[in-house]
Design a protein around this ligand. Sequence first.
Ligand code: UGA
Length: 431
Amino acid sequence: MAKVGVFGAGWVGLVTGACLAELGHDVVVRDVVPAKIDALNRGEQPFHEDGIPDLLARNRERLRFTLEASELADREFLFVCVDTPPTPSGDADLSRVWRVIDELPALAGHATLVMKSTVPVGTGEKVRNGLDERGLQALGYVSNPEFLAEGTAVRDFMHPDRVVIGASEAADGDGVAALYAPLEAVILRCDVKSAEMVKLAANAALMTRISFINEIANVCEATGADVVKVAEGVGLDRRLGPHFLRAGIGYGGSCFPKDSLALKQLASNSGYHFQLLAAVIEVNELQKRRVIGKLKAHLGSLQGKRIALLGLAFKPGTDDMREAPSLVLAARLHAEGAEVRGWDPVADGSGLAGVTLVETVAEAVAGADAAVIVTEWPELAGLASPEVHAAMANPVIIDGRNLLDPAATRAAGFVYEGIGRPAPARVAGTD
Ligand code: UGA
């Protein structure tokens, strides 16, 4: 059992702290926001993430929350789990990382600083120099990026595909590797810069697959192929695999948009134009807007039309609205003069421009000229019901996530359009 400190009780910090406690370590999590620490000390979860309440309840003895950095003075490992949002230039803002370093307490014994926050390649070197300048030469440094997806973060931590550990001193890397020993995970040991790059490259590869399949979907629409079958056929190739080939209205969230921009800027600051990544980002921006064109094709002008936006979070299983495609859709619909009602089972959509938020799907679709599935919440799987059909002024469903079965939805009397799926005449084989 090791003594672990975690800076940041945000999503990464809380999941990391709770999971390390679950592995048997003694963990103190420190944050600077009093309301967050108070809530955690009362046993409340500050955001929606499956599995966290159980972990907090089960590990109360080994997991404490504090506002005081000094309470981390006796820790052997200090995890940095603060956010690194984009600056106006698209570079990662490392100010919170530097604040942690400035607030490090006088340490009782040998300790290792472990960077989990997503940072540009070269950050480890800068932090090392910063630590040395502050007289902290004895403090070890390890890059240990996180690969947690929201909604499945606890499972991703406890059953990782790999744990990446980048260190310049082998002993520091050994110490961090030992923390994960109970997981029996594949551990990749490398230098600090390569570990930093693994994180950025993995996210870029996932985004590239999404933009790739979205472009294939757009070509499917132009040619009459069905992207769902195409993705299945492509994914059965063992060299490619089935993951991240779901076409839709683009990726969002707290990581992909920010990390793609940060990697693009990192490359450009180093004198390299990352052409492929620039295209991936642009394809994603355009993809979010395609729904507007589909609505216009069915309804003509959207002025005064009532549109139901179903699902607002950037993906199901989370209440996170950061960079959600719903933000772009709401703003575009508002600009077109549409009357928009938004529904989500957990996310707070109060930041959406000109959207009236409602509690139920029934309220959202009542009198609607079209319903748009923005997030594939399981609650929406039964959308093509007689009740919804009767409630809508115009039974048009635009399925931005290919959640529904096109044939069954059309058979229920709806006008249905997904992403990259063929028009009905071609499906029926009548042409
Ligand atoms: C992502 C990565 O999956 C994690 O490995 C990584 O650790 C994390 O970012 C991070 O950098 O912290 P996350 O943003 O939580 O995790 O969500 P994903 O499940 O990856 O989904 C991202 C977006 O891509 C969502 O908007 C989702 O709807 C979209 N997506 C995903 C697609 O449009 N198609 C797909 O096939 C898969």
